[in-house]
Design a protein around this ligand. Structure first.
Ligand code: C2O
Ligand code: CU
Length: 558
């Protein structure tokens, strides 16, 4: 196989947005970071040099890492952090996946600015287009804070409540003209009329699900999380942090909006939030610019009109749109790309997701809200990362009390999760590092059940090391007698991150055929910080091809 080599220097860089200049954590001085583009089947080697005064790691979000868990990246789960001045080379192959993924730092809140696109070109032609694709356009959505992001996290944990909201949403690192002092920092994608483009959309925001639309244009969804879907047309998309969506865009507009700086169609992102809890309720816009023969160069001082929010952009609270959009997603399920959803289940686990306001465990300081703080848990377990690598302990069979394999397979108390305020019922969260361990090849079903207390949005639950199939999703309490009969076992969407609806549930099936230790967590960074995480251990199967490979020599030590 072809080996593709990259070099990542994690380094500080002075960056200005909204008239605030600060040191921003970057890779190679770029924000967003460099795009990694490889071909299906390639071997990838990325040397990460830590040029900062703190720890770091990088995660290749959605890359399955078959038998190479050492390269997955989450700190203390699959590796010790790369320390200041040290390096680590991530080595893995990209097998049986194609499409848009991304990479990001997986240490504290560094991923706010340390992220980029990870594109896998398919071995075979695209199944969705017989006409040529002019170009792929990565669109990475993010959040910008005027202050230091690490301080936002520390401040959040100290105060006991939620984090300060970001100061802007960004499209490819640029907030756009709706924000103060930002007109020059506007994303513009120049395209030709009458062509087909692939938009590679990545939600890299820390804490918000987003809607996205382009004025006057219909988008065709063809792939999510690097798995092909049955194509469908839509006026807008909803995308949760961690998710990726590939869209076909036809530049087919004849009627052109009048604008002095050329033929511009606004595109926009705005959050999807289901309650009035404080959040960044702003909108970021960029532009699609049709090339014309007599097109002038955009002047550096171009003033963009600030009233150009596309009409097809859903309202921030449009749950009906978000739900209908998710329900339209289906695996392609063609002869070349069959949907391999497990039809039988060896193990069923029911996992409640909840946010709690409660006393701190003794080892954490808790000056916050009258000695209480926000925590989050799965089956009443608030996850604490150990200070050594779980994968290493597991592989070397090191006897340790830094983790255990007794993650409960149901919550401590069974009650009406969404109908009543579970304030008094779910306070008994424990703190620890419990993982679920399954034999190689287990067909695992997990039902994630959201609870209502404090919950203001969907929880985008991300599974490392495997794709899964979203066989069911609904509002209210999961009904074990009734709901499984309605599962889609024919063409459910294949993903690595699923938005578990607020006040609802999602059922996923995983074929656990990748031996190693895999993090499962909410991709809202605030919730992960509060402990909304668990781990999955997949044991080795019989024979080398079903076993984890040995660790690389340069694996960082704790
Ligand atoms: Cu995209 Cu564990 O992360
Ligand atoms: Cu969450």
């Amino acid at each position: 196989p072809v080996i593709r080599r990259f070099q990542f220097n994690v380094e500080w860089k002075k960056v200005t947005r909204l008239c605030h200049t600060k040191q921003l954590l970057t890779v190679n001085g770029q924000y967003p970071g460099p795009t990694i583009a490889v071909h299906e089947g390639d071997t990838v080697e990325i040397k990460v040099n830590n040029c900062i005064n703190e720890n770091t790691t990088i995660h290749w979000h959605g890359v399955k890492q078959l038998r190479t868990g050492w390269a997955d990246g989450p700190a203390y789960i699959t590796q010790c952090p790369i320390r200041s001045g040290e390096s680590y080379t991530y080595k893995f192959s990209v097998i049986d996946q194609r499409g848009t993924l991304w990479w990001h730092a997986h240490y504290s809140w560094q991923r706010a600015s340390v992220h980029g696109a990870f594109i896998i070109y398919p071995r075979m032609p695209y199944p969705f287009s017989t006409f040529p694709i002019e170009a792929g356009i990565p669109l990475i959505f993010g959040e910008w804070w005027n202050g230091d992001v690490e301080e936002v996290e520390n401040e959040m944990l100290k105060s006991g409540g939620g984090p300060n909201n970001s100061d802007a949403y960004t499209i490819n690192g640029l907030p756009g003209p709706l924000y103060p002092c930002s007109s020059r920092d506007t994303f513009i994608s120049t395209v030709e009329r009458g062509k087909t483009y692939l938009l590679r959309v990545i939600n890299g925001a820390l804490n918000d699900e987003l809607f996205f639309a382009i004025a006057n244009h219909t988008l065709t969804v063809v792939e999510i999380d690097a798995a092909y879907t049955k194509p469908f047309n839509t006026t807008a998309i909803m995308i949760a942090p961690g998710q990726t969506t590939t869209l076909l865009l036809n530049t087919d507009q004849i009627q052109i909006p009048d604008h002095s700086s050329g033929i511009l169609f606004p595109m926009a992102i705005t959050p999807y939030v289901t309650s009035s809890f404080p959040f960044n309720n702003s909108t970021s816009i960029g532009f699609l610019r049709y090339k014309s023969r007599k097109m002038n160069k955009l002047k550096r001082k171009t003033k963009f009109p600030s009233n150009q929010i596309p009409e097809n952009l859903p309202d921030m609270k449009d749950t009906a749109f978000a739900t209908a959009f998710s329900n339209k997603l289906r695996s392609l399920n063609s002869p070349l790309y069959p949907c391999n959803v497990p039809k039988t289940v060896h193990k069923r686990v029911f996992v409640t997701i909840s946010l709690n306001l409660q006393n701190c465990p003794s080892r954490k300081s808790c000056k916050g809200l009258n000695g209480k703080r926000f925590f989050a848990s799965m089956n009443n377990q608030s996850f604490i990362r150990p200070d050594s690598s779980i994968l290493e302990s597991h592989y070397r069979k090191i006897a340790t009390n830094s983790y255990s394999t007794d993650f409960p397979e149901k919550p401590i108390t069974v009650f009406d999760y969404t109908g009543v305020n579970p304030l008094t019922k779910n306070m008994n969260t424990e703190f620890g590092t419990k993982l679920l361990a399954v034999p190689y090849g287990t067909n695992l079903e997990i039902v994630f059940q959201g609870t209502n207390f404090l919950s203001v949005e969907n929880h985008p639950i991300h599974v490392h090391g495997h794709n899964f199939f979203v066989v069911g999703r609904g509002f209210g309490n999961f009904n074990a007698g009734r709901d499984p009969a309605k599962y889609n076992l024919v063409d459910p969407p294949e993903r690595n991150t699923v938005a578990v609806p607020r006040g609802g549930w999602a059922a996923i099936r995983i074929k656990a055929d990748n031996p190693g230790v895999w993090f499962i967590h909410c991709h809202l960074e605030e919730h992960t910080s509060w402990g909304l995480a668990m781990g999955l251990i997949v044991r080795n199967g019989a024979g080398d091809s079903k076993s984890l490979l040995p660790p690389p020599d340069d694996l960082p030590l704790c």
